[in-house]
Design a protein around this ligand. Structure first.
Ligand SMILES: [Zn+2]
Length: 457
């Protein structure tokens, strides 16, 4: 890849700063220069609309995309989980790769250029490892490569169905049996990841329900040795807090702190039901919090203390998690709008702050600190929003950040550059082609009974 010039009609350069006529020069997969108010050269790619850095989808379970629309009935998080497990039971490396490729392509079309895949579906039926114990991890890595999205593969440890109880049913596919076995398999996967462009490894602890504190400590040191990110589901549901308190006499956050698993390389996912001491503990050491607002409302989780966490020093980032909706703008504005519902106050997060949560802070949380900004030296991941849509039409660039954050949808993204190459043009995915057709076929294949009856090695 040589030199490319992008002639942006307008671009967000951080904070509240929207500049006109921004010339972005890209060398290979990096931004070489950013010049605002530039005299545009004759050659280059004109990007009309507002260009933003690519968005980070910090928390994803790709296979949940197959559930969209299928779980709308009375129930709770836990009844939804039973339905999610049915999909998990049906997947094998081939079907997972096809489904994930289409799901990641949907993300790219929406403007996401990096995804944190929180991966715990490791083994075959009954927990029997595949011939390649990382066949599932490799399948989603390939899927991300095909879809043109960067990936941090967060290999998650899952050992118990609840404190002191053995895994059962489909959960057997999640468990490596011990933290040591997890570390050895994840170590092999880290080597696979090293050989791939656009991929990095991270560690996951499914939750304090599913991983006892000594094993959490082992996973945290595995991540620390590699200077890799560590992501953990924390306090998504009150029942999770209750079970953990009954077993260990402390909150999930306090247990994480007690084994040294909080800190700037750690991301707590959800953090919905926290006590004041939990918020203090996370803030004091700069733990990042990934909120997944569309999922948290979808699953009836509740609304997390976003403003309080930010005030205590936690960077906030965003993820689409169960993919009930894949839309970075919807996640961004939900952070503010949910706060309004809870606090009955407006203006809790400015549009520029919400954009930072979706871009630079998200990249950082996924172990790509050089991404998520339009600046020299940054990864050349660019997303352009069409300001001419009926949703965004307004007075030129006046209040354009607020219009985009509070009214744009994924459908307004019309151009995406990832690692210096165009992956979406005119709203069309250049690498995957017909994304809706691929989603339909990948999801349709899972509904065939043969998919779950297939013998596994
Ligand atoms: Zn999750």
């Amino acid at each position: 890849m040589g030199l490319m010039r992008y002639l942006c009609e307008a671009a967000w350069l951080g904070g509240t700063d929207v500049a006109r006529d921004v010339l972005v020069t890209v060398e290979g997969d990096r931004i070489g220069a950013v010049e605002a108010g530039a005299r545009m050269p004759r050659t280059g790619v004109a990007l009309s609309g507002l260009t933003l850095p690519g968005f980070a989808n910090v928390h994803s379970h790709a296979f949940h995309r197959a559930l969209r629309g299928r779980t709308e009935r009375p129930g709770s998080f836990w009844t939804w989980r039973d339905e999610m497990y049915e999909v998990a039971a049906a997947l094998d490396p081939g079907s997972y790769q096809r489904l994930a490729r289409a799901a990641y392509a949907e993300m790219v079309l929406a403007g996401f250029t990096v995804v944190g895949e929180f991966h715990y579906l490791h083994h075959g039926a009954g927990g029997r490892p595949y011939e390649d114990p990382n066949a599932m991890g490799s399948a989603i890595l390939s899927a991300a490569g095909d879809a043109g999205i960067r990936m941090t593969l967060l290999d998650a440890c899952y050992l118990e169905r609840a404190p002191g109880q053995a895994v059962a049913g489909v959960q057997e596919r999640f468990s490596d049996g011990s933290a040591a076995s997890w570390a050895s398999r994840a170590g092999a996967l880290a080597q696979v990841v090293e050989g791939r462009r656009g991929a990095r490894i991270g560690a996951g602890v499914h939750s304090l329900r599913a991983v006892p504190p000594p094993a959490v400590e082992a996973v945290a040191s595995w991540a620390a040795e590699r200077r890799a990110p560590l992501h953990v589901h924390v306090s998504e549901q009150p029942a999770e807090n209750d079970e953990v308190a009954a077993a260990y006499g402390a909150s999930p956050t306090a247990l994480l702190a007690s084994v040294g698993a909080l800190g700037p390389r750690t991301t707590a996912v959800h953090a919905t039901h926290l006590g004041a001491a939990d918020i203090d503990a996370m803030g004091a050491c700069g733990t990042t919090v990934c909120m997944c607002p569309t999922t948290e409302r979808f699953l009836a989780d509740g609304i997390g203390p976003a403003r309080a966490l930010a005030d205590e020093g936690c960077p906030l980032v965003l993820g689409t998690d169960c993919h009930a909706i894949v839309d970075p703008f919807e996640e961004m504005r939900a952070l503010e709008l949910d706060e309004r519902l809870v606090s009955r106050r407006r203006g809790r997060f400015a549009a520029g702050t919400l954009l930072e949560a979706a871009s630079s802070a998200g990249y950082e949380a996924l172990g790509w600190p050089e991404g998520g900004r339009l600046a020299p030296g940054a990864l050349a991941d660019l997303v352009t929003v069409d300001l001419g849509s009926v949703r965004l039409a307004g007075a030129g660039l006046d209040h354009v950040l607020e219009r985009v954050v509070f009214a744009a949808t994924a459908a307004d993204v019309h151009h995406v550059v990832a690692g210096g190459r165009a992956v979406v043009e005119g709203g069309r995915h250049l690498l995957v082609g017909d994304v809706p057709a691929q989603l339909a076929s990948a999801i349709g294949a899972l509904e065939a009974p043969a998919a779950s009856a297939k013998p596994l090695r």
